[in-house]
Every structure is written in C-alpha cells, then in structure tokens.
Design a protein around this ligand. Sequence first.
Ligand code: FRU
Length: 501
Amino acid sequence: MKKLCLSIALIVLTTFVFAQREYHEQYRPQVHFSPPAHWMNDPNGMVYYNGVYHLFYQHYPNAAVWGPMHWGHATSTDMIHWSNKLIALYPDSLGDIFSGSAVVDELNTSGFGKNGKPPLVAIFTNAKRVDAKEGTYYDQNQSLAYSNDGGKTWEKYEHNPVLKNPNIKDFRDPKVSWYAAGNKWVMTLAVKDHIEFYSSPNLKDWTKESEFGQDLGAHGGVWECPDLFQMTADDGKKIWVLIVNINPGGPQGGSATQYFTGNFDGKTFTPNYTDTRWLDAGSDEYAGVTWGNTGPRRIFLGWMSNWAYATSVPTQAWRSAMTIPRDLKFVKEGSAYYVASEPVKELSTIKGLPKTLDLVKGNTDLSKLIKRTDGQYELNISTKKLRSFAITLSSDNGEKLEVGFDLSENAWYIDRTKAGESGFSKDFAKRISIPRIAQNSASDITLIIDAASIELFADKGLTTMTSIFFPQKPLDQISISSNDEFVADKITYTPLKSIWP
Ligand code: FRU
C-alpha cells in the first residue's frame, strides 16, 4: 500500500513538474497559442461549432522543423485558452496534409452527416512528394475529410482527391465557404500567382468559375492561403474581402498577408482599388485567415513567423506560435475602406489590474507607471496629436526593442536590431517600417507584448505590425522618448495572465 501511494505521488509530481516545464521554457509565448512540442506553421480548418473554436494547424510531430505535414488540433471556447487535442489528420497514400479549411455542412449537402446532425468537413491539399530530375516538388490535389463527433475524429473521403491538379506546381490551400445567394459552396484556391474560384453543390464536385489577380497586388513570390468573405462597414455598406498570403514578397521581405476589397458575385471577384494593401505590415504574421461560422464577426489568426527564418529561430522544444486572434472591421479613410484589426475582446479574460498615467510627455521613464514589467502585458497609448515618439523595452544587459512613430517618414516602425539573438539569420536583425494610413492627427495605439513577440495595432489597427524577437534576458524595463513634442493623453499598462496552467 505504502509503495502504491509512493508511486502515485511520484507520478503526480512528475506530471506536475512536466506540465510546469512545458509552456514555461525561455521564449515560450504565454498569451499566444503554440504547439505543445515540435513544429507548427499555418493555422488551418478554423471553424466555430457548438460554442467551440477549432484551430487546426500545419504540424510536424517528430521534430521542430518542417516535415511531412499533419493537422494538429486545439480547441477553445474563447480563442485565448486552448486545450490540445489529438492529431486530426495524418499523411496518407495521396500525400501529406497541407493547408486548408473546414466547414459545418448544415444541410448535409455532402451526405457525410449521420443521424440528422451536420458533419464538419475539412477541405485540404493532399501534397505528394515527387522526386524528379528537375528536383523535388509536391503534386498538390484537394481532398476531403469529415467528422461526425464535433471534430474529435476524422475520416478521409474514399474518393479523394475531389479537385485534381491540372499540372500546375502550386495549386493549394483551399478556403471553402457557403455562398448563400447561389445556394452553393465556393472554394478560393491559391494557384501560383493568382486565385482561382471553384463552386460545388456538395463539396465533392467542383466547377471552375474564374481567375483573379495575375496582374494585381504584390507578386514578389507565390500566392498561398487565401480567404474570401463579406463584411459590413459601419455605414451599412457590404464589401467583400479577399485575403492572399504571399511568400516571399512581403513589405519587410519574406512572407506577409495582403488583401483586396471589392465585389464577389458567386463567380468573379472584382476589386475596387489597385494599390497593394497589407493586413499586417510587420515581419512576422503569415498564412493568416479567418474563422468560419462566426456569424457577422470576422476573426483573423496568423502564424507568427516568416519563412525567411522560421525553421532556424532559437527555440528547440517547439517552433513558433500564432498571433493574438483579431477582430476585423472596415475603417474608412478618404473614400476607401481599409481592413483594420483589433485584439479580440476575449483577451479581457486574462487581463489583470490596469495602471494608468495621464498626460505623459516624451522622454519619460515609465517606471512611474510600472517599476519592472513582469511577463506579458498590453500597453495602450492615446494622443490627440501624433508626433515622433518611441517606446523602448530593455533589459540591464543592454538589449532593447524600440517601437514607435517617425513623423519625418510618416511611418510606424519596430526596431529589433539590438533585441537579442539574431545570428541564426542574416534577415532577422532589422528596423522595419510602414507608412501611416490614417490621416487624422489623433492616434490610439495598442501593443501586446509576450515573451518573444510584439504586436502593434496603430491608429486602432488600421496599421498592424507583428514582430518576434529573442532577448537573452526579459526586456523588463520600459520608457518613452521623443525628440518632438509628443504628449500621450493617457498610457495604460495592463498585465496579462498566462493562458497555460
Ligand atoms: C504556407 C504554406 C502553404 C502550404 C503549407 C505547407 O505557409 O506554404 O501554402 O499548404 O504552408 O506546410
């Protein structure tokens, strides 16, 4: 009996120690989703069903580098706290499981449903490695899997693939949604340097409708991971948004998420402007798409990395995290509607007591507001008159990260040149900036700072920038500086509790 008690105590203790260690390593995000172990890239199959947000993700469960892709799985009721689930999709005879989406098939158009309950259907790219004389490539075809137990277990469709490759190397990442006006499913597919739209009555038989974008937007790399949805602006105007991820060719080099606005009539997408727009203009948001089945709400999530160095960032137990989930909305500047992002309101579930300072001039040591930052937090700054300023996060070993606004460039920027480890890639240590979109003189800024990342939502998210960094010691000192007449009407510091036990 004594022995048994001892063994149980030992098991409980080891489990506790393990649980404590997992998710508390150096650089491990505390308020962002990251996989329990090994490699993760794109968010996949994001769908909201029966009060649960499903997040699947590109996952290689055997190492912390990209390899034969699986769909990892986690669920949440608030998009902030996550529960890790079993791997949902494994590679099969048709190939590895690349990115894709998932839908609730309410009308059971696919016939996969049982007992009058709608099935969840995943639509993904089966990518089969081919080693040819010209080098390795992946034969990419679109396939289905379905679940009749709310996403716990998945069955592959026996007649996969449902959309065959017409002999194009890059033919992937299907995003499927219900187009109610046409009573049909629409698939938005990334095809090398353009988007192709397909439609289907049953998710199994697909007809090509149109192509978009060969001569529009950014084209410095391959188009990947698209998304298509409609949103309503505050003035009631309904506008379609087409998200197209691109790698390389982003504004800071490497990967990034661009978007178009316009009209979609069930067949064709017609854009209403020609300049290139970025949903996140930082260096480290990629493959971002939105959750399906969330009603009028549009919630975006991206992978917080960049293919330029994703496989060599200095974490070993796991590699990479997702951004904070973001609500998308239209903001009108001049006569154009832009897509702005803001952290989801569910973030309040982990907010501690805020501390506020009023009327803060540039060149203030913010230790009055907070002596030492302790872990992860949100910082809100509002000003009536935007001038040059910088927020500096630093540690006493001289490392620092700077984020701010430069009036002479009229640009928001993040400077991580001295923010810690960067030797793993020549592309990492840099100052990035992007011109301001907003034209008014007032500005509201939100920063979300975690162990190894910063997200800037400037002008209420009209400009959003995400950046990762790897300081040797936590950057736990914070100050504001300005060579201009910057005055913050208010600065609020809100600690965020870890989402992991
Ligand atoms: C984007 C991407 C997708 C592809 C997946 C493979 O990051 O390249 O186009 O489906 O990653 O892991």
